[in-house]
Design a protein around this ligand. Structure first.
Ligand code: DGP
Length: 117
């Protein structure tokens, strides 16, 4: 799969940059966030370079469901499936997206606040 040499998540997916990898298959990788906002903070990332949710084509939309499946598996392996967790996808500048490669945040392990915005 062609990765972007200027994209940090493509480089992590290619194994060029180390990460605390928790899951990988042909399409998805998951690794711990370098700047965790909760005891469990994992990034679920498609290997394919898609710059944001807004760039996801109709054909690729099922990828988000696959990412949710990975999140549910991680919730079990992290032992927090009963306590609960939160999935977040930031999209674009006003959506708070910093890294221009589609990713889902998996947050858990503490009581998360009610405020979303
Ligand atoms: P966002 O703001 O939604 O684009 O979140 C990007 C997240 O990516 C942010 O929480 C920090 C994380 N991150 C950035 N660079 C790296 C890295 O090199 N390694 C890891 N593990 N996480 C990173």
């Amino acid at each position: 799969m062609k990765e972007r040499t200027d994209c940090i998540f493509c480089r992590i997916a290619a194994g060029e940059i180390g990460s605390d990898l928790l899951y990988q298959d042909n399409g998805i990788i998951a690794f711990r966030d370098i700047n965790p906002l909760a005891p469990t903070h994992i990034l679920i990332v498609p290997r394919k370079h898609i710059s944001s949710l807004a760039e996801l084509s109709e054909d690729e939309a099922t990828l988000t469901g696959t990412m949710v499946n990975v999140a549910n598996c991680l919730a079990r392996s992290e032992g927090i499936v009963e306590r609960g967790y939160r999935l977040v996808i930031n999209c674009g500048r006003e959506g708070g997206q910093g890294v221009a490669h589609l990713h889902m945040h998996f947050l858990g392990g503490r009581q998360l606040g009610n405020q979303l915005g």
